[in-house]
Design a protein around this ligand. Structure first.
Ligand code: ADP
Ligand code: MG
Length: 255
């Protein structure tokens, strides 16, 4: 917490988190806290450990040592599906949509999986209800004109937006995104950043990104990692003027 930031209740916290891959330490004793209702960006050059921290925070794997807390309750090692039920959703750097079905069907299936409201006795009306919810989510991510296109036929930026719609199917209070603009054109990137800003107005967002400039304008708070270690945190102004951060970024040629 630095001057200019107001206190908000904490939603997620990593305490003394270390990750070892064999003998290699990918994250070393990380202590970070994420306030509710804020957009926090985790930044750092390639290989800094951002995706590794993302995976731990989103429950993809437990830390080698250390703990994760959600709303003050320890959730270290809780199975992945339980994270979604708690309201923690994520969109990975890798695409996880079903390519051979439509955008609408992709989202409808995600809603179905979340709600467990569907079995062979389920009336047709429930099916329609889920389809309407799916249409609302597609509209939220700007895909309202693409309901009936096969996911594989969507442009790259549209596929990433669809992934976010899938993540929103559990109506998360906390959304984690790992490099959502990876591989996007400048136009797609700008559309995605607008969408993230929009989503962050009604929920907590944790955004992993190596392009510092991209997140400066939209983040409330930034956490900087380097070589698996915590380097700095603060407001965009704090980070912009931090000499160590500048050195790390200039050294890597990543801005
Ligand atoms: P970032 O997302 O910041 O680019 P990562 O978290 O993906 O960085 O990786 C951090 C370091 O950990 C890198 O050196 C990477 O090679 C290593 N690493 C990541 N995942 C694994 C893994 N499953 N096994 C071994 N090493 C890994
Ligand atoms: Mg990464």
């Amino acid at each position: 917490m630095t001057a200019g930031e107001t206190t908000a209740p904490e939603i997620l916290r990593a305490e003394n988190v270390t990750i070892m891959f064999g003998g290699f330490t990918a994250l070393s004793n990380i202590n970070v806290s994420f306030p509710e209702g804020r957009l926090t960006a985790i930044i750092g050059p390639n290989g800094a450990g951002k995706s590794t921290l993302f995976n731990v925070l989103s429950g993809a794997f437990p830390p080698s040592t250390g703990e994760i807390f959600f709303k003050g309750k320890e959730i270290t090692g809780v199975p992945q599906h339980a994270f979604a039920r708690m309201g923690i959703a994520k969109s990975f750097q890798i695409t996880n949509i079903f390519p051979k079905i439509t955008a609408l069907e992709n989202v409808r299936i995600a809603i179905q999986a979340m709600t467990c409201r569907f079995n062979i006795w389920t009336p047709r009306s429930k099916f329609k209800e889920m389809e309407d919810e799916a249409a609302t989510l597609l509209e939220m991510v700007g895909l309202h004109q693409h309901h009936h296109r096969l996911a594989s036929n969507l442009a790259h930026g549209e596929q990433r937006a669809l992934e976010i719609a899938l993540a929103l199917a559990c109506n998360p209070c906390l959304l984690l995104l790992d490099e959502p603009t990876a591989g996007m054109s400048p136009e797609e990137t700008s559309t995605m950043m607008d969408l993230i800003t929009d989503l962050a107005s009604t929920r907590t967002v944790i955004l992993v990104e190596h392009k510092m400039k991209l997140v400066m304008g939209i983040s409330n708070h930034l956490i900087v990692l380097h070589h698996g270690e915590f380097l700095a945190e603060g407001t965009p102004d704090d980070i912009r003027s931090n000499d160590e951060v500048k050195r790390v970024y200039l050294g890597q040629g990543a801005h």
